[in-house]
Design a protein around this ligand. Sequence first.
Ligand SMILES: [Mn+2]
Length: 358
Amino acid sequence: MKMTFRWFGEGNDSVPLKYIRQIPNCTGIMGVLDQYAAGEVWPLEVIQEYVKHVNNAGLEVEVIESVNIHEDIKLGLPSRDGYIENYKQTLRNLASCGIKVVIYNFMPVFDWLRTDLAREIEEDGSNSLYYDNEELKGLTPQMLVEKTTANAKGFSLPGWEPERLTELERVLKLYEDIDQEKLLENYQYFLEKVVPTCEELDLRLAVHPDDPAWPVFGIPRIAHTKEQLKRIVGLVDSPANSLCLCTGSLGSSPNNDIPSIIRYFGKLDRIACVHIRNVKYLGEKKFRETSHLSVDGDLDMYEIMRAIYETAPNVYIRPDHGRMIWDEEGRPGYGLYDRALGIAYLNGIWESLEKINR
Ligand SMILES: [Mn+2]
C-alpha cells in the first residue's frame, strides 16, 4: 500500500506539506484543485505547477480527488456531451502529469453531509463530525447548506463549493423526474464515454460511495451498498472503472460489512484507493466520527487492514476524517493531529500483518 494524506493546496489547508512529509511512512498526498467548477477543464500548466510544488516538498501526488461531475451529466441533459469532453480533457491533462487515480462521485446535488461539523465528544473533550437523521428531517436543503457553510470556519468544504449550491432549488426540481434507474442509465452513458480514455491513459477512475449510506432529501443515491457497487463496476467492466472504498461512508450503515466488501472488490481488482475512518453508531441513522482505533468506534480496523493486505495490497490509502484534538484549528475533519495518529496506528497494523505473514 501507499500511505497518503489529503491536502487542499497552499493557502487552503491548515497543514503544511512539510508536516505531511514528517508523518511516518506518508509518501504522498491525495490532491485537490477546487478552484475549478464542475465541468471546467483543469489547465495542464496549472496541474504541472501543482505537481512540481508537491514533489519539491518530497511528496508524490498520484491521486487526485474531487474532479467533480457536472449536474447535467448526472441529469442526462443534452448539454452533457460537452461536459464529458471537458472531463476527458481534464483526465488527459492529469495523466500527463503522472496522476494514476482520479476520485469522483456520482451523487446528485449533495456530496457528503452532516448535521454538525464539530460535535463535542464528552468523554475526552475533542470534537468530530456528527450526523443525526432526526435533525436532518427538520431542515430544508437550503437550511442545511447555510448551516454547513457557516460552520466551515472560513474554509471551502469539498462538495460544498458555492457554485454547486447557488442553483440549489432549480437543480433539486430537475431531479424530481430522476429515479435510481434513470440515474444509473446516465451514469452508464458517462462511463462508456470516459472509461476507454482512462484505459488509453493508464488511469483509474475511483467512485466514492454515498456519505452517509442512505438517500437524503428524497434525492436518488446509487452507491451505498455492496449490491449497488456491484452494479456500478458492472456498468463498464474494466479496472479503469473502480472504487474508492471509503470505510466511514459505507460504514455509516451497520448493514455494510466493510471487510467483506473490501475482500469482494479487492479480489476483482476493482479497488483503486481506500479512505479509512472509524464511526460510532449512536442510534438509527445517527453516528459520529471517532479516532481510528477499533475500540473507539464500531468498525474493526484490524479486519479492514487485513482484508486490504490480503486482497488489495497495492492500493493507495489515506486516513479520512479525524477528530479535532489538542485545540487544533482547521478545516472540519481535516486537522493534522488525529489523522497523523491514524496513520501511525494503521502503520502498526500493517507491519504486524507483514511480519505475521512472512
Ligand atoms: Mn471518504
